[in-house]
Design a protein. Sequence first.
Length: 131
Amino acid sequence: MNDPLDKTDAEWRDELTPEQYEICRKCGTEPAFTGEYWDCHEVGLYRCICCGTPLFDSETKYESGTGWPSFWQPLDEEAVAYRDEDPLGLDRIEVCCANCGAHLGHVFEDGPEPTGLRFCINSTSLALDRK
């Protein structure tokens, strides 16, 4: 696999499924309660589907009731990047993979302690390494 930062749009299209491409490269969103991991309770490490970067640990996953996998913190703060996003006046912040720029989801300030954050992440943007 090439360095994710050097890939062209055509290379991403070839490597990802249409759904993965739409969500990860075009900032799409999967419908609530449909993704593979929204109700997953298995122990493991969640990685970026595009580049394999470790992003979230199952120990920080919780039931938010939103229909998407939710975490109260990333595995490493440097693994994720943030972009201000407010196209519809929703006052939300986009979460991306810091390595390859893949769109993961959004972060909100209505999560549980100890962080008070809810990383609302698309299942399609993740791959679970089960322990």
